[in-house]
Unconditional design. Structure first.
Length: 128
């Protein structure tokens, strides 16, 4: 269970409340594609489907989002990025997301595409 005082799952080392928790609560928006990626990973870790839906681009957002209750997201590695900065409107973030499911550790690797719409970053889809 992640509390406000727990280390944020995104890997930056800050308490959840002042790291990704502020984005999840709506107190701030992620200023870069990488921070959006980190906050989305944390949203998976805490089960915040509302945040995941809100930050998913409307053209690629699924109609329903149901998280697997048996899957526990454990840590995130950022492997690379292009663009996605404070003054840019598009970028990619390559990452490896680690999780545990059915007592075994596993990970998923993706290079994700992000765009800024009306000043807010959105996840679009994996880069193919």
């Amino acid at each position: 269970m992640i509390t406000d005082d727990s280390r944020c799952p995104c890997g930056l080392g800050e308490p959840y409340s002042v790291c990704c928790g502020r984005f999840h609560r709506g107190d701030a928006t992620a200023p870069t594609a990488e921070l959006l990626m980190r906050s989305r990973f944390s949203a998976f870790a805490v089960g915040d489907t509302a945040y995941l839906t809100k930050t998913w681009h409307p053209k690629t957002r699924p109609a329903d989002l149901e998280l697997d209750p048996g899957q526990r997201w454990t840590f995130l590695e950022i492997l690379g990025k292009t663009g996605g900065g404070l003054l840019e409107n598009e970028g990619t973030v390559e990452f490896r997301a680690h999780y545990r499911q059915d007592r075994r550790a596993d990970s998923m690797h993706e290079n994700s595409h992000f765009v800024r719409v009306d000043g807010q970053w959105h996840y679009v889809a994996p880069v193919r």
